[in-house]
Design a protein around this ligand. Structure first.
Ligand code: CIR
Length: 254
């Protein structure tokens, strides 16, 4: 299996990124760039080929490339971000995926959908309905993914920005989240509460390894006790902007 990941270098206006649930803190742009380079290096060290979407220097949040698309098999559903400031980000993602040979579909107005609201495990897809993604967006996503055999299940998101700010899935499908920020833990058959907010966010590297942030050492230990291998990266400057390890890349498996 080829494993490729789209990434997008942060631009000079990163510190102006949108904030919904956090107070603005000073973002160190040089440190952010170094952290981004370390994140990309970690993916590459794990065997992922990284493909850079050209930076969008006018879009402070463009580094959070995951929000611009949902990819399943050979289909790329280009999102329509819920925040108007982020709508221009999708065009370059579409160009990159088209040139990699993906079929392209679009979320159309009045639908909105951010990729960060879409959690996949196998053919099950959970879509968070909250500040950025609306019911029309979820319906359109479901229609695009149905021919691929995927079921899309809408779940509420009110306490955090995106569904994947609250929960992600381990390689075995166990959904992990920091319970105080999960709107409906009952939505999942297998839910594992983790002790830190930053522990809610994992990128599945392979069947037994995950990438996560260094901000959640207790959760890292919990995952290691379960037999997972953990690669940890410091993404403090992106966490200040309500970003996490998942949103800094789009994983293309297959
Ligand atoms: C935003 O508000 O859109 C950005 N500051 C953060 C986006 C993070 N993306 C994600 O969790 N998928």
């Amino acid at each position: 299996m080829t494993t490729r990941a789209l990434v997008r270098r942060p631009g000079p206006r990163l510190a102006d990124g949108l904030l919904t649930h956090l107070e603005r803190q000073t973002v160190d742009l040089d440190l952010a760039l170094r952290q981004w380079e370390s994140y990309v290096a970690a993916l590459r060290a794990e065997g992922w080929e990284t493909v850079e979407v050209p930076a969008a220097d006018d879009c402070p949040d463009a580094v959070f490339v995951e929000d611009t698309v949902v990819v399943l098999d050979d289909l790329a559903v280009i999102s329509r971000p819920g925040a108007d400031e982020r709508k221009p980000e999708t065009a370059a993602t579409e160009v990159a995926l088209r040139s990699l040979g993906y079929r392209i579909a679009h979320i159309e107005a009045p639908g909105t959908l951010d990729g960060g609201d879409v959690l996949k495990h196998g053919r099950t897809v959970w879509a968070g309905l909250g500040g950025r993604t609306n019911a029309e967006g979820v319906e359109q996503l479901a229609a695009h993914l149905a021919p691929l055999g995927a079921d899309v299940i809408g779940v509420p998101v009110a306490k955090v920005l995106h569904l994947k700010s609250a929960v992600t899935a381990l390689p075995d499908g166990t959904v992990v989240g920091f319970a105080p920020l999960v709107d409906d833990p009952e939505a999942w058959d297998a839910f594992l509460p983790v002790p830190e907010e930053g522990g809610s966010h994992v990128v599945v590297l392979d069947g037994s390894s995950v990438l996560m942030a260094t901000s959640a050492p207790l959760t890292r230990a919990l995952f290691e006790e379960r037999g997972l291998r953990v690669v940890a990266v410091d993404i403090s400057e992106f966490e200040k902007l309500e970003g996490c390890v998942t949103c800094l890349s789009v994983r293309l498996r297959g």
